[in-house]
Design a protein around this ligand. Structure first.
Ligand SMILES: NC(=O)c1ccc[n+]([C@@H]2O[C@H](COP(=O)([O-])OP(=O)(O)OC[C@H]3O[C@@H](n4cnc5c(N)ncnc54)[C@H](O)[C@@H]3O)[C@@H](O)[C@H]2O)c1
Ligand SMILES: N[C@@H](CCC=O)C(=O)O
Length: 548
């Protein structure tokens, strides 16, 4: 295609938050959107294949986590042959989509971000609240701010990546690097817990000129489908993105068995990611693919706060409560193990922590706006968390300091819980529960090195972590000592709440490939660069001077 100018993107800035205070316009508009969506339940959701809505005979249900009798969506589930058809139409759509200029591709996504910021902000938030159980603030930071930031900053980072060109050109030569889309299709599998992550799992590879099959989490089908519809409204050509909810194993198998499978873009649990890596690896060993597929996955965490005796106690407590219990601890970045010095614990940390946790109100998001903790996502999660609480209640190594109860009569509610143990190797410090359960270990002030060893080695993860200390020498030592314990490391702040454009997100070890969502690094995983050498000089002699 012709190119007549180097266009500059509009200035990319973080989406400003709305605060939803009493009597604010945004609160009124959000509640109206929520009520409207509520009146339309259950929403019927077909597949989105080649730009068309496709119905199947296999229907799944997404239920409301705070009122499990309520069906949020009835969605059509793709069979293997539906997925096969979606792959073929994506590959057909690829020809046009990858040949559009970056300006046109970016325009589609900048428009999508604009639509989310304006026309669809409250609808997408309402779907995230009803379907995934978020309260207003948690929905705002996810289904409005983070998804908008992901998309806009992806455009900025893509433009920066494209501008990285070879620094040297010998005389009579012009060297260039092209960032080609991958040969084949990208398979994106979304988690339930962040609408924004689901959207970005598709948007990031699409922006780089790839075509994508998106399999939404069974527990986020509604919000993910709204994102698909917004991308289409923003001008994404038919077929570039295929929306294929369905049985995770069946849909994945159809993708992994295809010769043109080029990349997995996944966010979810560690075991699922490991199992898929195994399947893909075996297929690679058998020469099943055109190219080596890229595997990008952000997975689980067992994140820590380490509170030194020089820490400002009030701030460390507030950050601890927010990090452990916002969105019921269902963030990959949620705090789930706290190591606190005995001096701080006894000088007020313990009392303030328990006072704050016991004051947290639990309930449905709009039933009472002061509810801070909502439901966990589904029956499986509720049963797993209840089993942890039941076992803690009778475990001689564990003391339940707060919470400990769960109630599934209407929705899947688990009390914010604090568990104390003198055994720092107890399972409560090792297993990702993905719920509002905080494990606490109180260490002796002089045992900082031993506690660092515990923080670093007690479990397999390496996602997020925070240290709290006012002593700057301690801050420096802990920062070095815990270099590999977390991909997102915070000093005197909570271990959740990474902001796109500020803290690119992801961790290593069992927490993922650490390609950093919300950065240019991840975009580079969805391209296959081509080095082009363009020579202007004629060659006229075979022999080199050294041959003479
Ligand atoms: N590191 C991060 O950036 C990040 C962000 C969000 C969530 N997470 C992690 O995600 C998990 C919670 O999300 P979840 O409950 O949706 O995770 P999950 O692993 O249960 O599901 C994630 C997705 O994988 C699919 N899936 C499940 N089994 C599969 C299989 N055998 N083959 C292929 N696909 C399969 C699901 O249908 C869903 O779409 C937690 O472990 C959390 O830490 C990580
Ligand atoms: N951006 C998020 C990532 C959450 C993962 O589930 C945070 O840091 O809270």
């Amino acid at each position: 295609m012709s190119k007549f100018a180097d266009f500059q993107l509009p200035l990319i800035k973080n989406e400003p938050p709305k605060n939803y205070g009493p009597e604010s316009v945004e609160r009124e508009q959000l509640v109206a959107a929520y009520r409207e969506l509520e009146s339309q339940l259950p929403v019927a959701i077909p597949l989105g294949v080649n730009g068309k809505d496709v119905k199947t005979n296999d229907i799944g249900e997404q239920r409301c986590p705070f009122d499990h009798k309520k069906v949020v969506a009835r969605y059509h589930r793709a069979s293997s042959s539906d997925v096969q058809g979606a792959i073929e139409s994506a590959l057909e759509a690829k020809k046009e989509w990858e040949n559009l200029s970056f300006t046109d591709r970016a325009a589609v996504f900048l428009k999508a971000a604009h639509l989310i910021s304006t026309k669809y902000r409250y609808k997408l938030m309402a779907a995230t609240m009803i379907g995934q159980g978020k309260n207003i603030w948690q929905a705002e930071i996810d289904a409005a701010m983070e998804i908008i930031d992901f998309i806009r900053f992806d455009c900025k980072y893509a433009s920066e990546l494209y501008s990285v060109q070879p620094p040297e050109n010998s005389t009579g030569v012009w060297n260039r690097t092209e960032y080609r889309p991958l040969e084949g299709f990208v398979y994106a599998i979304t988690p339930f817990n962040f609408t924004a992550i689901g959207g970005n799992l598709a948007a990031a590879p699409l922006l780089m000129g790839n075509v994508v099959l998106m399999k939404p989490s069974d527990h986020a089908v509604l919000s993910n489908r709204i994102i698909y519809d917004i991308f289409v409204e923003a001008g994404l050509p038919a077929g570039a993105l295929q929306f294929v909810p369905g049985d995770a194993i069946e849909v994945s198998k159809a993708c992994f068995n295809h010769y043109d499978f080029a990349a997995l873009h996944f966010t979810g649990s560690t075991n699922v990611f490991r199992s898929m890596w195994g399947i893909i690896g075996e297929n690679v060993a058998h020469g099943k693919y055109r190219t080596y597929p890229k595997i990008v996955g952000e997975t689980g965490g067992k994140n820590f706060h380490l509170v030194h005796h020089s820490a400002q106690i009030r701030s460390a407590v507030v950050n601890t409560v927010r990090a452990a219990y916002e969105y019921q601890g269902q963030k990959c970045s949620a705090l789930s193990r706290l190591y606190v010095s005995r001096a701080s614990w006894e000088a007020g940390f313990r009392d303030q922590l328990l006072q704050e946790v016991k004051a947290l109100k639990v309930g449905a998001p709009l039933q009472d706006l002061s509810n801070f903790v909502g439901p966990v996502i589904h029956r499986g999660s509720f049963d797993k968390l209840k089993a942890v609480l039941d076992s803690a209640a009778t475990d001689s190594e564990v003391e339940v300091l707060a919470g400990g109860k769960a109630d599934d009569s209407t929705g899947y509610f688990v009390e914010p819980t604090v568990l104390l143990s003198k055994n720092p190797k107890h399972d409560i410090f090792k297993t990702e529960f993905f719920g509002p359960i905080l494990a606490v270990y109180v260490y002796e002030d002089e045992s900082l090195e031993e506690v660092c060893e515990l923080v670093d080695t007690t479990n397999a993860y390496g996602l997020t972590g925070s240290i709290f200390a006012q002593d700057r020498i301690v801050v420096r030592k802990l920062t070095e000592r815990l270099r590999n314990a977390a991909g997102n490391f915070y000093i005197n702040d909570k271990c959740t709440g990474a902001v796109v454009g500020e803290q690119p997100f992801g961790g290593a070890r069992a927490s993922g490939t650490n390609d950093k969502a919300g950065s240019g690094m991840i975009l580079s995983r969805f391209v296959s660069p081509r080095s082009v050498k363009d020579t202007f000089a004629y060659a006229d002699s075979v022999l080199y001077p050294s041959n003479l």
